[in-house]
Ligand binder design. Structure first.
Ligand code: NAI
Length: 475
């Protein structure tokens, strides 16, 4: 039996784009994406999709209503599917055992229970969500303990490696597709069926099959390695600022070593997004549970370095503005955790905003793709006095910067590079400051205009390089 009908449970950043691309590349397969959120499904069925992802609208438009459907009827979609992708969220637990570190598998477990309740025919259940190693075992327990006569299940691990902002390209041209399954004839047969789906557009040599546990752990490991590279270069950015070295030059020199490679060596205000911190915390927790405290401490340091980087940047802003930002108007350019997405989960901009608000600043925020309500929601999570009067959201960079004392750039949107900074400077309060947390602006040009410029991993504005290990002095 080949796969004719697929059900994707979870219509979020992963489930939506993944199932849409599968539908586009496999016109003979009927793909139904389901979610418990009525609003989200209504948006998937409208012209304004619930997530911003370059190229996604074209893919959805091509297939929606033909072999791609978005629905809230989860039961019907499960019942008719041969293969089910579980792409629900697996956030960090906020209470109970493992609070603040372990992955909360309640959504995954709920879907497993629903599948067990509803299914009347054999199913291949594919874990696409990022889960702790051996999570497939729990899903299998639930399914087998509740199975109906004549219904059998195979559980596969097929972690998703797409990155937000480049999801469609990543899905169309992945570095690899990873599929883990049970080492049994039925397990191998299920793996083969999933391979066949991907082979519609991906060469077989890019599809890597492993045992289930290797596949689950590899996803956590990949995110841990990526986050580690960012924390490594960010740790050196602090050394650069203290010595006069330039972290861009250091990253290039280091990355030219083919054993190291040049990708993911960009120093910044810190990493964000829904995955790196969550998956690292999860890995740390797993290591602790496995009684491997040294391994746990090793990976914990990657998270700690990220926290340090975010607070170091906020402190730099406050110190430069004469150690007080109380009642100062500060523009934040960018609020998403990176460019080309409207996602703000764990965005470093949130931490920076909180630190500035704690010090009494008034924020003017502009992001090209983040909704106003999202920004207010993110900041309302903190106990900040009078937030409505102290956070102003703008719909363009020029209004957001007018009459402010400083610009803090937190997201590397291309449009920020092209702004008319002469105009911006002329309309700001003087002295006018720019803090480039993403190292994307032309600092020399900005200085010529008159800005006082600070960035990560390099001294830009009129700071004397100390020849000793004492603290540098600003001139
Ligand atoms: P998301 O929060 O955007 O989407 C998850 C969706 O699942 C939500 O719309 C929610 O309503 C739905 N859902 C939860 N329980 C449900 C249930 N019982 N029935 C139906 N729908 C249900 O999450 P996102 O970002 O798509 O992540 C999903 C998984 O993929 C996570 O495990 C994440 O770690 C992993 N992942 C995320 C990546 C990313 O860049 N966002 C990249 C690679 C993996």
């Amino acid at each position: 039996m080949t796969i004719k009908k697929i059900c994707g449970i979870g219509a979020g950043y992963v489930g939506g784009p993944t199932c849409s691309v599968i539908a586009m590349m496999c016109p003979d397969i009927r793909v139904t994406v389901v979610d418990k959120s009525k609003e989200k499904i209504a948006q998937w069925n409208s012209d304004k999709l619930p997530i911003y992802e370059p190229g996604l609208d074209v893919v959805v438009e091509k297939c929606r209503g033909k072999n791609l459907f978005f629905s809230t009827d989860i039961e019907a979609a499960i019942k008719e599917a041969d293969l089910i992708f579980i792409s629900v969220n697996t956030p960090t637990k906020t209470f109970g055992i493992g609070k603040g570190r372990a992955a909360d598998l309640k959504y995954v477990e709920n879907t497993a229970r629903m599948i067990a309740d509803v299914a009347t025919s054999d199913k291949i259940v594919v874990e696409k969500s990022t889960v702790p190693v051996r999570a497939a075992e729990s899903i299998m327990h639930i399914l087998r303990a509740n199975h109906k006569p004549g219904v059998s299940y195979q559980i596969l691990s097929n972690p998703e490696f797409l990155a937000e902002g480049t999801a469609i390209d990543n899905l169309m041209n992945p570095d690899r597709v990873l599929i883990g399954g049970e080492d049994s004839p039925q397990g191998r047969e299920a793996v083969e069926k999933l391979c066949k789906i991907y082979e519609n557009w991906i060469k077989r040599d890019k599809i890597f099959t492993t045992n289930t546990w290797s596949s689950e752990l590899s996803k956590l490991a990949a995110n841990a390695f990526l986050a580690q590279r960012i924390s490594s270069i960010n740790s050196l950015s602090a050394v650069c600022e203290a010595t006069g070295a330039d972290v861009t030059e250091v990253a290039r020199a280091v990355g030219l070593d083919s054993r190291i490679g040049s990708k993911f060596l960009q120093a910044s205000v810190g990493f964000g997004g829904s995955c790196f911190q969550k998956d690292l915390l999860n890995l740390v927790y797993i290591c602790e549970c496995l009684n491997l405290p040294e391994v746990a401490a090793y990976w914990q340091q990657v998270i700690d370095m990220n926290e340090y980087q975010k607070s170091r940047f906020s402190t730099k802003v406050i110190e430069s503005l004469f150690n007080t930002v109380t009642d100062k108007r500060i523009t934040m350019l960018g609020f998403a955790f990176k460019k080309n997405t409207g996602d703000t989960r764990e965005s470093p901009a949130i931490s920076v905003a909180k630190n500035l608000l704690d010090e009494g600043a008034v924020l003017h925020i502009y992001d090209p793709k983040v909704e106003e309500s999202q920004i207010i929601d993110n900041l309302s999570a903190f106990d900040v006095d009078n937030i409505k009067n102290r956070v102003n959201i703008y719909h363009d960079a020029y209004s957001a910067t007018k009459n402010t004392h400083a610009i803090v750039l937190c997201t590397e949107w291309d449009e920020f590079i092209e702004l008319d900074y002469e105009r911006i400077y002329s309309e700001m309060t003087k002295p006018a400051y720019i803090f480039d947390g993403r190292k994307i602006l032309d600092h020399e040009k900005l200085q010529k205009i008159g800005f006082i410029v600070q960035t990560i991993g390099k001294r830009v504005s009129r700071i004397a390089v100390s020849r000793t290990w004492g603290s540098p002095t600003q001139m």
